[in-house]
Design a protein around this ligand. Structure first.
Ligand code: FAD
Length: 405
């Protein structure tokens, strides 16, 4: 039996490790188009960007792990085509690989702002180690950085850049930052946090094009004619799932590679995991495409168990985190659809948790520097609670948990 994994991100790396943990003894080949062993992306916009972490802390596991576990990692090799009938892969190095089972972990890529000046030096995206190496060369104190997009990645870069002494402007076309992913209250909290650190946040402003001199960025030109002077720009306006390889092989794709709860595509020999999948969530009762490490990890564990002969179903409430300055934000569930909320702790202390409710059922929570509350929140989602006790920091969360139904 040979399992071939395509993609060396969090999902690909975790799948390979989990296959061995599940006792799978056949051949495991991981094909990664980047010139690295599998690595994690979260530090890229945080500790790796700031210089706090070196590459060895970005890699998921040391190179020795793959040797010890007899996992063959083909670095810098791209899978160009799948032949699902012959069960073979054509690779960019001219090799043809045969598989019994194929696991697609092709992830996603940044959505591009295709516009005038997008090829100027100083215009960056942030997805890979190579991207960050290029940004770091440009990230010099006293330079002006324009960040296009006030989502998590943009704001994490803003936090690192302002602490390094750059003049930071965040351009967000919506009327609030983090509008796609969190509540107006949490957006306001992060807006105030960044502003207090010296970041200029301009909402309702759409970056339209880039202008430069001698091939080097000088300005971001916004809709309506506003100009933001900038020595460099980082564009973080969302991602696009990498589905082309799967689609060309005849697999169903619809905002992600369509898989079932066991991570199988419509081809019983091909599974898919991570950012590239559109998968059902039985807890939420709908299909999702998620862009998060917990999803990549957990879905990969399920895939590995099933490739090793099991029959697991992926069913967890989605969660996510973001680190900005010394604040850790952890979120679980989706707050859209909530008709009430209660907060434990005081936002002005920068340590609090907001629970989002539908009636007296917890449907989501956002916790800032509150790991204990977050752990409780993960268990409370989907349960009815005594709302008064939940909002009262004087009542032990264990009591709230025990009483939840
Ligand atoms: P990816 O990490 O995208 O990996 C897929 C890999 O497959 C890529 O290397 C790609 O080049 C490769 N590939 C694609 N096609 C082929 C092919 N044909 N042949 C060979 N290789 C191929 N999530 C959180 O939960 N918390 C965070 O704080 C957080 N911070 C983030 C910060 C940044 C800067 C970024 C970019 C993401 C962050 N995320 C965070 C999201 C998280 O990193 C992703 O959800 C996760 O990386 C998904 O893993 P993946 O393996 O599915 O995809």
């Amino acid at each position: 039996m040979t399992v071939v994994i395509v993609g060396g991100g969090h999902a690909g790396g975790q799948s390979a490790a989990s296959l061995r943990q599940e006792g799978y003894e056949g051949e495991v080949i991981l094909v990664a188009d980047e010139p690295h062993i599998p690595y994690q992306r979260p530090p890229l916009s945080k500790q790796y960007l700031s210089g706090e972490y070196g590459l060895e802390r970005v890699y998921l596991r040391p190179a020795r792990f793959y040797e010890d576990k007899e996992i063959a990692v083909h670095k810098g090799v791209r899978v160009l085509e799948i032949d699902p009938n012959a069960r073979t892969l054509e690779c960019s190095n001219g090799e043809t690989l045969a598989y019994d089972k194929l696991l697609l972990a092709t992830g996603s890529r940044p959505r591009k702002l295709v516009t005038a000046g997008d090829d100027l030096s100083g215009v960056h995206y942030l997805r890979t180690i190579a991207d960050v190496d290029a940004i770091r060369d440009d990230l010099q104190p006293r330079r002006r950085i324009a960040i296009v997009g006030g989502g998590y990645i943009g704001l994490e870069v803003a936090a690192v850049a302002v602490e390094m002494g750059l003049a930071v402007t965040v351009l967000e076309m919506e009327d609030r930052i983090l509008g796609r992913v969190t509540t107006p209250e949490m957006s306001a909290f992060y807006h105030d946090l960044h502003t207090a650190k010296g970041v200029v946040i301009r909402t309702g402003l759409r970056a339209e094009s880039f202008a430069g001199v001698d091939g080097r960025l000088k300005q971001v030109v916004c809709a309506g004619g506003d100009i933001v002077e900038a020595d460099l720009a980082v564009v973080g306006i969302g991602i696009v799932p990498n589905v082309e390889l799967a689609a060309a092989a005849g697999l169903d794709c619809d905002n992600g590679i369509v898989v079932d709860g066991t991570t199988r595509t419509k081809d019983p020999h091909i599974h898919a995991v991570g950012d590239c999948t559109n998968h059902p969530n039985p807890v939420l009762g709908r299909r999702l495409r998620l862009e998060s490490v917990p999803n990549a990890m957990e879905q990969s564990r399920v895939a590995a168990a099933n490739l090793a002969g099991g029959d697991k179903v992926y069913a967890t409430v989605p969660w996510f985190w973001s680190d900005q300055y010394d604040l850790k934000l952890q979120m679980v569930g989706f707050s859209a659809g909530a008709d009430g909320q209660v907060t434990r702790g005081d936002p002005s202390s920068q340590q609090f948790a907001t629970f989002h409710l539908s009636g007296d059922t917890v449907i989501a929570a956002d916790a800032v520097n509150s790991a204990r509350e977050f752990m409780a929140a993960r268990q409370l989602v989907g349960k009815k609670v005594d709302v008064g006790s939940l909002g009262d920091p004087g009542v032990d969360l264990r009591v709230v948990l025990q009483a939840a139904s």
